[in-house]
Design a protein. Structure first.
Lengths: 228, 392
């Protein structure tokens, strides 16, 4: 491949325009709710959210272009205009923040108890962070701000009403949505690791709506410094 | 599906291949006109006699899942006569003409494998399409708390546990034409993608990036692997060499991509993306370029696609009320629901699917003959099993 980039001139066929319209209405409705409750205006001192991205509104909008093939080891804009300290992970045009290398997270004890009450729950087939869950992510952000030696792992899970590999990807998207939210709250995304268990590790067995709701989640694990 | 009459030269090649696999001289093959049903949705009635025990049950199972009905002699179109004392000896007789189409003695391997070789011969002779009775599947199973990768005969016999990682090993896929698998394992506390040589037992990690490395699928020529990696901030479609080098990102969206599979000519990768807001099928060239939406008219939420070896059909799971196995022409179009179930994988004959059914307390593998819609569970596997992959 070398360094050649192909200019993207593609058109993506969106298969269901009604869904796109529905999404726009939902997003507008959510925006109205957020403005009304004042959530949008609450910002941490000295932190600017990534441009074009308000916390709590995460979803697919607008055309998504196919990526021209390129070496995956670099490229993309740096997220330096976010005001986030210590984050030099590439952020691409879509707003996705690349992950920090895995070795940074290896051999580190994990504590799942500290944030046991802060598990983030999701709607069916969605990785959108609900407003009802935002306080939990803020609490985790506050903790991490005051614990610079600690980092975080976010583990995404699904209920069993999706197919297995679809769910494995969805669980990851959920974990990364929460990571993005934390990044917008000023936590360096380089401190946050994500992984997905799909539907393989439910919190609650069962086929009731209540059980399903408990399984659609992102779980926080507090990482301590690496052990030798 | 058309029934092709194999030319004589190809019959010789196939006979020689079977000779090598069964280890006995082939005789009894003449140039014969055999009446084949014009329409593969019609079953072929056969009568089986003489075979006993495992050989009999294997031949019956093999034929029933490939579009045959085992009936009384007076209603049969073909007669399957054999013995299985020590080794399988079998004949296939066209009842109408009285002609003997197959007359063979099998040796080597087990009695079941000889019976499978015999039923493969029956299927080939009567339909012109190769049988699938001697093929292998890989799948994920729950032997206890952990989930591990297994390999077995297509009918669930002779299951062998491939991983002992004592965590989660998932989504096995075959390297085409080889006794190698790719799969995801959480052995090293991360979903990583492995390639595993079943003959030597050796395996290597081919993707261990930060985030999740999942859903590997190997190209038909065995040289490339498509995967879903979240290293760039969202689960995206990537392609690399089979050893994991030369990684190239093919999609970059705000939503997740999942479940890549290859066209049999290797020119396209079909996958699922939620980029439009709900799951849909797309294709892209493995060297990058425009995405093409594969329409599944009439069916919503397609996931877990699998491209038939003959290139004509994509099977997938629709997330509707429950899961449904569906097919759609490979270029897109009107999709059809076949049966309840999920995660289909095509047999080499582009006619049979293996898939997962969810039952009360476990998952089972089931076989589907697409033209006749006949379903048979793979009862031989007693564990909870899912994510089957049929070796090509």
């Amino acid at each position: 491949m070398g360094n050649q980039l192909r200019r993207p001139t593609y058109i993506i066929l969106i298969s269901n325009m009604k869904v796109a319209t529905f999404n726009q209405i939902m997003v507008l409705g959510l925006l109205v709710v957020l403005v009304a409750t004042g959530c949008v205006n609450k910002r941490r001192e000295g932190v600017t959210p990534l441009p074009g991205r308000e916390p709590g509104i995460v979803g697919s909008q607008g055309p998504n272009e196919a990526m021209p093939p390129r070496e995956a080891s670099g490229g993309g804009r740096l997220g330096s205009d976010s005001g986030v300290e210590g984050s030099n992970l590439p952020v691409n045009e879509e707003g996705n923040i690349a992950n920090a290398p895995l070795p940074l997270f290896e051999n580190r004890p994990v504590d799942y108890e500290t944030f046991e009450e802060h598990t983030v729950y999701f709607d069916f087939d969605s990785s959108v962070v609900n407003t009802t869950e935002v306080w939990k992510i803020r609490a985790v952000a506050d903790y991490l701000q005051n614990a610079p030696g600690n980092d975080l792992v976010i583990e995404g899970h699904c209920d069993e009403r999706g197919t297995e590999e679809y769910n494995r990807a969805l669980g990851e998207r959920r974990a990364q949505a929460v990571r993005e939210f934390l990044s917008n709250l000023g936590i360096s995304p380089a401190r946050i690791r994500t992984m997905s268990y799909g539907e393989d590790d439910p919190a609650v067995e069962g086929t009731t709506e209540a059980a399903y709701a408990k399984n659609r989640r992102a779980v926080f694990g507090l990482l301590f410094p690496a052990q030798e | 599906m058309s029934n092709l009459i194999f030319p004589m030269r190809l019959r010789c090649v196939i006979s020689c291949f079977l000779l090598l696999t069964t280890g006995i001289p082939a005789y009894g093959q003449q140039t014969l006109e055999v009446t084949r049903p014009a329409d593969s949705t019609q079953t072929i009635p056969v009568h089986i006699s003489g075979l006993t025990g495992q050989a009999a049950s294997a031949v019956k199972f093999d034929l029933e899942i490939q579009g045959f009905d085992v009936v009384e002699e007076e209603n049969a179109q073909y007669l399957v006569r054999g013995t299985s004392q020590g080794n399988v000896e079998g004949r296939l007789i066209h009842k109408g003409s009285g002609e003997t189409l197959i007359s063979k003695s099998y040796k080597g391997g087990s009695l079941r494998m000889q019976a499978h070789a015999f039923s493969d011969e029956i299927v080939l002779t009567t339909t012109g399409i190769g049988g699938i009775a001697s093929t292998l599947i890989a799948f994920k199973a729950d032997p206890g708390k952990a989930k591990e990768v297994y390999v077995s005969d297509y009918d669930g016999y002779n299951a062998v546990q491939v991983t002992q990682d004592n965590t989660i090993a998932a989504a096995p896929q075959w390297v085409p034409g080889q006794k190698q698998l790719v799969y995801t394992s959480y052995l090293r506390n991360n979903p990583d993608i492995y390639i595993h040589n079943l003959l030597t037992g050796e395996r290597r990690i081919i993707a261990r990036y930060s985030g999740s490395n999942i859903s590997p699928s190997v190209s038909p020529d065995g040289k490339k692997v498509a995967m879903i990696l979240s290293k760039e901030g969202s689960p995206d479609l990537f392609v690399a060499n089979i050893d994991g080098s030369n990684l190239v990102q093919l999609t970059q969206t705000r939503e997740s991509e999942s479940s890549p599979c290859w066209s049999p000519d290797g020119t396209q990768i079909c996958f699922v993306s939620r980029m439009s807001g709900r799951p849909a099928l797309y294709t892209i060239s493995p060297t990058g370029g425009p995405l093409r939406n594969i329409r599944t008219a009439g069916i919503s939420n397609p996931t877990e696609p699998c491209w038939s070896p003959d290139g004509k059909t994509i099977a997938f799971t629709a997330l509707m009320k429950g899961f449904n196995i569906c097919t759609v022409p490979a270029e897109g179009g009107t999709a059809e629901v076949l049966v309840g179930g999920e995660d289909p994988s095509w047999a080499p004959n582009s006619r049979t699917l293996i898939f997962t059914s969810r039952r009360e307390n476990k998952r089972v593998l089931s076989l589907l003959d697409v033209p006749t819609k006949r379903v048979k569970d793979v009862h031989q596997l007693s564990m909870s099993c899912s994510q089957p992959s049929w070796a090509r």
